[in-house]
Design a protein. Structure first.
Ligand code: PEP
Ligand code: MN
Length: 625
């Protein structure tokens, strides 16, 4: 059952409630979510609901209607993030786990690990104890395999995942690996479930070959009831009558689980399909359906693999798949971050040198704005997001060292460049150290119960009005009130309490302020993306830099721009953006913004930079990232 505490409960009341629940033999979990303090209690109790409802400090008691309790979303409405080193499984950054079916040798594991890391994997998988259908098949390298996994972590920085097949292996698992996997065949091995519950390491719990979702969640419940909340559910295909694939991948399990449980859900399309060419399509579908991550088998020489070669992707195929996922993820509000691990190390390093331990990043407006989302998707939760009132204030804060980074929008796919920020990039001696693209879905948000016909005023920043032009034109009687940011707009209408007011913002902000969505997706075109850049004083020492941004001006003579562009063409450099912009105070003279696919701060680019500087009147590198 769930005990919701009264707003003004005292510590003493809470302790008494907890001690009654402990005496009843309950498992007790405390949570504070969406402004409410909750005590979750699981176990058979001798008293009825009325008894608990009348305890001082208790506002109401809700019984959990499902047989699984600790894993249920009713008990824990917010998503659980399972932290594995720097990787948070279940957040807005997609977790890619990849590697061979089995660790076969040190060379094989290291070769594959380097490849999958290069292509975006953040955790490495590899079996050391293999549960094979035939006792004559390769059974795994056992402890030797675990030692190799530990070396893979040491050398590549990838956390390692491996299957545990018996409680007798628990000590070895503690010693060598980061995540233990309970395989499909062991999903209902209850002694093993209790064991992984007790050892406390994150667990990937695979769905049994013929298990229902409820049975699967009950298995997860075993692990949580032993005190380990770090469970990642992995759908890997179930037995059906269909022989064309090894198993049938139950993608509908994703939305079903998202509703029933707070635990992260990943998909293993390798065991689900058993066929190499079927793996990528199902992986893409899984991400589109809302999976938090993927577990993919990859082998550099699958023909020689000691197990599951036919379903293993070649590293290049895996690379192509992650590129596709990179494109798909923003459509559903997530990211695949190729710099995930390097970025975490770089940020941590910065924290050490400035002695604060915690980095700060400024974003525009209040919690819940798209800028805030860009900030948390780029950095994860390890960097504190600092609400800041204006773009200029963000640049100032970075310049003065009050924050380590700033996150600012630079262009939108419907409305173009945000010139104010380009101007600030010109004015300040800061650099672009990263970028992130978000899909922007706008909603018309109002007071609970408000209908579209009663709205008379709409608040939002001018940029959002522009992106929703067609929708707003259909409601020409509305008064449009420009404000600084989307979250501020919702806050303002919620505080004013006038049911005729509405705001344009994201769904998440509506939830923060207890408002409701009146109309969904009101942006003119659903392909509405904003590209944000991260600014800082110094380059982030992370992985390879793929892109650079410049601003330049040429002399006002024939062929001047051509001369500059020729340098890019002669050197085979791909420009991905070129835009002209009037120079302040010089009518009819222009600056150019350029983005290109190259690391302009690398040694090999230096001669090209010299040529560019030579052919321009003004030239500034905004950053490589
Ligand atoms: C594996 O991941 O290597 C494995 C054996 O998976 P499953 O338990 O899903 O068959
Ligand atoms: Mn396998």
């Amino acid at each position: 059952m769930i005990l919701v505490l009264e707003k003004g409960f005292t510590q003493d009341q809470k302790n008494k409630i907890r001690s009654i629940l402990f005496k009843e033999g309950c498992i007790v979990r405390e949570m504070s979510e969406s402004g409410q303090n909750i005590i979750g209690a699981v176990g058979k109790v001798s008293r009825d609901v009325d008894f608990f409802e009348q305890l001082p400090g208790v506002a109401k008691v809700i019984s959990i209607s499902t047989s699984f309790k600790l894993v249920s979303r009713q008990l824990h409405p917010e998503d659980t993030l399972v932290q594995v080193g720097d990787v948070a499984v279940g957040g807005e950054r997609i977790t890619i786990i990849a590697g061979p079916c089995a660790v076969e040798s040190r060379d094989q594991a290291l070769t594959i690990a380097r490849e999958v890391r290069r292509y975006g994997a953040v955790l490495f998988r590899g079996g050391a104890f293999k549960p094979r259908t035939s006792p004559y098949s390769f059974q795994g390298l056992q402890e030797e395999g675990l030692k190799i996994l530990a070396e893979v972590r040491e050398v590549t920085g990838l956390g390692v995942v491996t299957e545990i097949t018996s409680p007798a292996q628990a000590d070895m698992m503690m010693k060598y690996v980061d995540v233990v996997q309970v395989g499909a065949r062991n999903m209902q091995n209850f002694e093993l479930l209790k064991c992984v519950g007790r050892i406390g390491k994150p667990v990937v719990l695979k769905r049994g070959l013929s298990s229902t979702i409820e049975e699967w969640l009950m298995s997860a419940e075993y692990i949580l009831s032993e005190g380990n909340d770090n469970v990642i559910l992995c759908e890997r295909g179930i037995r059906t009558f269909e022989p064309y694939t090894r198993n049938t991948l139950d993608l509908s399990a994703i939305p079903v689980l998202k509703n029933l449980t707070h635990l992260p859900v990943i998909i293993d399309p390798s065991h689900a399909t058993g066929i190499r060419e079927k793996v990528s399509p199902m992986a893409r579908a899984a991400i589109a359906a809302g999976a938090d991550g993927l577990m993919i088998e990859v082998h550099h020489n699958p023909d020689e693999a000691l197990s599951d070669g036919p379903q293993s992707l070649y590293p290049k195929q895996f690379g192509q798949l992650t590129r596709d996922i990179y494109v798909i993820a923003p459509v559903i509000g997530k990211q695949l971050d190729f710099d995930y691990l390097d970025k975490a190390t770089a940020v941590e390093h910065l924290g050490k040198i400035n002695g604060t331990g915690m980095q700060r990043a400024a974003f525009l407006g209040e919690m819940g704005t798209f800028s805030h989302k860009a900030c948390t998707q780029y950095f994860g939760t390890k960097v504190a997001a600092v609400p800041t009132p204006s773009f200029k204030a963000i640049f100032e804060a970075v310049k003065k060292g009050e924050v380590d980074f700033g996150v600012v929008p630079l262009e939108n796919s419907l409305t173009g460049s945000i010139h104010e920020n380009y101007d600030l990039l010109l004015e300040y001696d800061l650099r672009i150290v990263g970028e992130i693209t978000l899909r922007i879905i706008h909603h018309l948000i109002g007071h609970p119960g408000a209908g579209i016909d009663s709205i008379s005023r709409v608040l939002s920043p001018p940029m959002a009005f522009q992106q929703c032009r067609q929708f707003l034109d259909r409601h020409s009687s509305w008064e449009l009130i420009p404000v600084k940011d989307t979250a501020g707009a919702v806050k303002e209408i919620s505080q004013a309490g006038n049911p005729d007011d509405a705001a344009i913002a994201s769904k998440e902000v509506a939830e923060i302020y207890g408002m409701e969505v009146i109309e969904e997706g009101v942006e003119t075109n659903p392909r509405n993306y904003t590209r944000f850049v991260v600014i800082g004083t110094d380059q982030l020492e992370k992985g390879p830099r793929r892109k650079s941004s410049f601003i330049f001006a040429t002399g006002n003579q024939p062929g001047a721009l051509y001369e500059v562009l020729k340098i890019y063409a002669d050197n085979g450099i791909n420009l991905v953006k070129l835009e002209s912009r009037p120079i302040h105070g010089k009518p009819w003279e222009y600056m150019f913004y350029v983005d290109l696919e190259a690391d302009a701060e690398s040694k090999s680019f230096k001669p090209i930079l010299d040529l560019l500087a030579d052919k321009t009147d003004y030239f500034k590198v905004l950053g490589s990232y």
